[in-house]
Design a binder for this molecule. Structure first.
Ligand SMILES: O=C(O)CCC(=O)C(=O)O
Length: 274
């Protein structure tokens, strides 16, 4: 019989075992197995307060710019697309070191930021993230390693009364969306403190819960994917000449722009010295 160093868990017949000691390793193990976990962002209270204030300010500007009715008619209400283009505190969220470390262990090879969205789970109204979905919608494959990961930053606390996220554990390992009975028996609601990230394998089914509280519940999602998947919005084009360091440019997909011509494609190839 074997035991862990702390002596808590006994087992036999085991030849292979995961060892997860650090917060990052534990998170990676949970995401691989269950499809989700909660991690701290490491942000201070002052930074969180700033994000909360800037979120409300930007959302107001955004709805003024595009029009509330128009956004509602195209099912884009309660959503703020790519806030990092307007405010550096959202850019900092997208490059959070805990998130990037976890993603770099989960996605094999290069990955890019595919999208960032401020999202609001409104009080007493239908939430457009409130139906079960995968973040790679219409997809029913099972992948041996993740191709896309969502890091959902909790601007507000996620609790049972304000509609904390529902997740179906291990559903990233099944092709089909399960039956009603299976969902009702196996779904879990993920509570998380304000300032933490809920990190989800994009193939795990999830949905926002019903917000029964008296305050809208805000979050910022970040989908990171292999570069083969196209971004939701062309981030390099939108950020244009913004002064960014090379690591951030890589993460935002500057190296993976689609060449506009055969000439541009050819000149993007490296010269081979024979
Ligand atoms: O707000 C939530 O609880 C879920 C958000 C969500 O479904 C998403 O970001 O894809």
């Amino acid at each position: 019989m074997n035991t862990t160093p702390s002596g808590d868990i006994s087992f036999y017949g085991v030849l292979k075992r995961n060892i997860s000691a650090t917060m990052i390793e534990k998170a990676v193990e949970e995401i691989r197995s269950l499809g989700f976990t909660v991690i701290p962002s490491g942000l201070s209270d002052a930074e969180l307060k700033m994000i909360s204030e800037r979120f409300d300010f930007l959302y107001l500007e955004y709805t003024k710019k595009f029009g509330e009715n128009y956004l509602e008619n195209i099912d884009e209400h309660n959503t703020l697309r790519l806030p990092l283009a307007f405010d550096s505190c959202f850019l900092n969220l997208a490059v959070n070191s805990n998130v990037i470390e976890i993603i770099s262990r989960l996605i094999v090879g290069k990955f890019i930021l595919n999208q960032q969205n401020g999202i609001i789970n409104p009080v007493g109204k239908i939430y457009n993230q409130g139906a079960w979905h995968r973040d790679l919608p219409y997809q029913h494959f099972v992948s041996s390693t993740p191709l896309a990961i969502n890091a959902l930053f909790c601007v507000d606390e996620f609790n049972l009364s304000n509609g904390a996220t529902h997740v179906l554990p291990a559903s990233h390992k099944q092709e089909s969306f399960p039956s009603d009975a299976y969902i009702m028996k196996n779904e879990v609601q993920v509570k998380a403190a304000a300032g933490s990230f809920i990190v989800i394998d994009c193939m795990a089914f999830h949905r926002g819960g019903n917000n029964l509280s008296d305050k809208n519940r805000r979050a910022v999602n970040h989908v990171y994917t292999i570069p083969l998947m196209k971004q939701q919005i062309d981030i390099p084009a939108l950020l244009g000449s913004m002064d960014l360091d090379d690591k951030i440019k890589d993460l935002f997909g500057f190296k993976y722009k689609v060449p506009q011509s055969i000439e541009a494609f050819l000149s993007s190839r490296k010269l081979i010295n024979l």
